[in-house]
Design a protein around this ligand. Structure first.
Ligand SMILES: NC(=O)C1=CN([C@@H]2O[C@H](COP(=O)(O)OP(=O)(O)OC[C@H]3O[C@@H](n4cnc5c(N)ncnc54)[C@H](OP(=O)(O)O)[C@@H]3O)[C@@H](O)[C@H]2O)C=CC1
Ligand SMILES: O=C(CO)COP(=O)(O)O
Length: 320
């Protein structure tokens, strides 16, 4: 069965490379220039440098080509997902849509599954998330991910179709928990990067990861997720990866904040908008989210890293 990936960014291209080991894959991008370049060079050098694209991968800028597959992966940044779905809803209404984005929509506080449900209600909706750097997947390194779908039968089909020799998928029906884990770990990664960039030490990072995890759990439970989901690949797994590796753009943004350096605004860093969205949610749900609050203040330059840490350390003492 052919599969389409919409979004020829780092992740979309990497997953397509892995899926192409099993069968034909179509990668769609909005830019016909980018597609021409990919066809000419058999590489996507701008987004995933150093990777040769397999023959089973076809690139297109035509939605008619993209819409030939029944399974469509959406590998675009979270804040653009609604626009992409609204633009192509007519072609997508009878598909199985699998969002690969990790974030919370700023305007609505919704995750990718809820955005798909609103914009293309007749489609089936799922989420692919978990610890996976695009380059690792593209190089064929072993990776385990979560495939979340509230319809168990559809989830099983997707698990079979999207598992490859190096990409092992675990199934879940808890889409709310899976999308919150993937979104919130980015916020904690910014906090951890900041602490490391400001030379606050690895103990500080471990404390931020653990207390950040407590914040993730708090939001997830308040939004109706299964508490156990956060302990899986989509939560703890991705938190562990993103908070400890310079491959992560969220962590690298944090490093630059900690060092007082500039960061390229063109790089996709999902945690910035997500921190603001989660901050608004926390206020609405009356949740205590001190690390998230500090991250929004850090990215808005309302607090320095030292002020943020002083603030966190000086909070009233409490039980764990
Ligand atoms: N990179 C990684 O290791 C991983 C990423 N993810 C998630 O995948 C998602 C995508 O990230 P990633 O691929 O890395 O990001 P990139 O920045 O590499 O690519 C983003 C892609 O989205 C496209 N895009 C942006 N806006 C639109 C739009 N309005 N219409 C159509 N296409 C659009 C871009 O196209 P254009 O070039 O034309 O702007 C580009 O191809 C994120 O949510 C990320 O968290 C998940 C796991 C790992
Ligand atoms: O989600 C990721 C790894 O699982 C990629 O993280 P970044 O978006 O921070 O690069």
């Amino acid at each position: 069965m052919s599969i389409t990936v919409m979004g020829a960014g780092a992740f979309g291209t990497a997953v397509a490379v892995s899926l192409a080991s099993k069968g034909p894959v179509t990668v769609w991008a909005r830019s016909s220039q980018q597609i021409s370049k990919i066809k000419e060079t058999r590489r996507n050098e701008d987004r995933l440098p150093g990777v040769v694209l397999p023959d089973a991968l076809t690139a297109t800028a035509e939605m008619d080509d993209a819409a030939r597959s029944r399974i469509i992966l959406l590998a675009v940044p979270m804040q653009t997902l609604r626009h992409v779905l609204q633009t192509y809803s007519a072609a997508l209404h009878d598909k199985i849509l699998v969002a690969c984005c990790k974030g919370i929509e700023l305007e609505t506080g919704l995750g990718p599954v809820a955005v798909m449900q609103q914009t293309v209600p007749d489609a089936q909706h799922a989420l692919l998330t978990g610890p996976s750097f695009a380059h690792d997947i593209a190089r064929g390194l072993p990776t385990a991910l979560t495939l979340a779908c509230s319809d168990a039968d559809c989830g099983e089909e997707l698990q079979r179709e999207l598992t490859t020799a190096n990409l092992r998928l675990y199934r879940s029906t808890d889409t709310v928990g899976a999308e919150l884990g993937g979104a919130l770990k980015n916020v904690v990664a910014i906090a951890c990067g900041t602490a490391m960039g400001a030379k606050m030490g690895e103990s500080a990072r471990a404390a931020l990861m653990t207390r950040g995890y407590a914040e993730m759990q708090r939001v997830a439970v308040a939004r109706g997720a299964e508490p156990e989901t956060m302990a899986g690949l989509s939560g703890f797994g991705d938190l562990a990866l993103t908070c400890t590796s310079e491959q992560s753009r969220n962590y690298r943004l944090g490093l630059s904040l900690g060092r007082g350096e500039e960061f390229d605004p063109a790089v996709t860093v999902e945690g910035v908008a997500t921190a603001r969205a989660v901050q608004a949610l926390a206020t609405e749900l009356r949740l205590d989210m001190p690390i998230t609050t500090c991250v929004t203040a850090l990215v808005d330059r309302r607090l320095t890293p030292q002020e943020a840490m002083t603030h966190l350390l000086a909070r009233p003492l409490k039980e764990e």
